[in-house]
Write a new protein. Structure first.
Length: 266
């Protein structure tokens, strides 16, 4: 019941409606431009690269902002205080928010991909790699978890928005710029180690790395990452990738529940 109510509220939000329109417009534009300009070939095409770039650049931004502001808005408006009068545990509240937000963004992506396939079919056919679809799902479930954590920490919608923008900038921009700056003063071997560490501690790069691994495009990463790609292509490495991905989902939710309980005791 709580999930249904939250899902309706999120879908009625002007923010979510704008996000749905934006993703549909951008994806359809990519299909039209690439399908008319380039032949249909196998592998890591410009069309696939464009989809991947848009997903990993825009999707985390909107998920973090909408997810965090949803939680912070409940705290700021007193809606959460009202929910405390009902027999609902804090874990159930966090889980309900998480499921509702994930379902809302899944609906947005389904609509966007539906338009892509429809327009692509009119232009001669377009393929959405299954790995790209799975990557989109993982992006949603990971960043909704992070967004909820930011919202619990922020407690106000304005702070949640600012904090989400800072975290998004750090993950998408600042880390990359920092690595480029460090690369100018350290050896290539040390820079390689730093990049490998960054892949594991940055969910955006983790998802990008996973796409190259599981779409059999690991050669794009170059020979410098041969050892790490060979490991994750092995059965043990694939299990390890799954475990780390699950930790990116579960740990923020556990921490958000803990922070929410501690905030109530103060």
């Amino acid at each position: 019941m709580f999930v249904k109510i939250e899902l309706k509220q999120i879908l009625r939000s002007r923010w979510m409606q704008l996000v749905a329109f934006l993703f549909t417009f951008v994806f359809v534009a990519i299909v039209v431009i690439q399908q008319m300009a380039l032949p249909d070939i196998e592998g890591f095409t410009r069309q696939t690269a464009s989809f991947l770039s848009v997903l990993l650049f825009l999707l985390p931004l909107f998920i973090l902002t909408i997810g965090s502001m949803s939680i912070a808005g409940d705290i700021e408006s007193g809606w959460l205080s009202l929910l405390k009068t009902y027999p609902m545990k804090r874990k159930q509240y966090i889980t309900g928010k998480y499921v509702a937000t994930v379902l809302a963004f899944l609906l947005v992506i389904v609509v966007a991909f539906g338009f892509v396939l429809t327009v692509g079919g009119l232009l001669g056919g377009v393929r959405l790699p299954i790995v790209l679809v799975i990557l989109t799902l993982l992006c949603i479930i990971i960043f909704v978890s992070l967004g909820i954590l930011l919202g619990v920490f922020a407690k106000t919608r304005l702070f949640a928005l600012a904090l989400s923008l800072v975290v998004w900038s750090f993950l998408l921009l600042l880390i990359s710029y920092a690595l480029m700056a460090i690369g100018a003063v350290v050896s290539g071997h040390l820079l390689q180690k730093l990049i490998i560490i960054t892949i594991h501690i940055n969910p955006v790069e983790w998802l990008r790395f996973g796409y190259f691994i599981f779409s059999n495009q690991a050669s794009v990463l170059g020979p410098a990452f041969y050892d790490v790609t060979r490991f994750y292509l092995s059965p043990l490495g694939q299990v390890g990738y799954g475990i780390i991905t699950i930790l990116w989902i579960v740990l923020p939710l556990m921490l958000a529940t803990k922070l929410l309980k501690e905030g109530e005791r103060r």
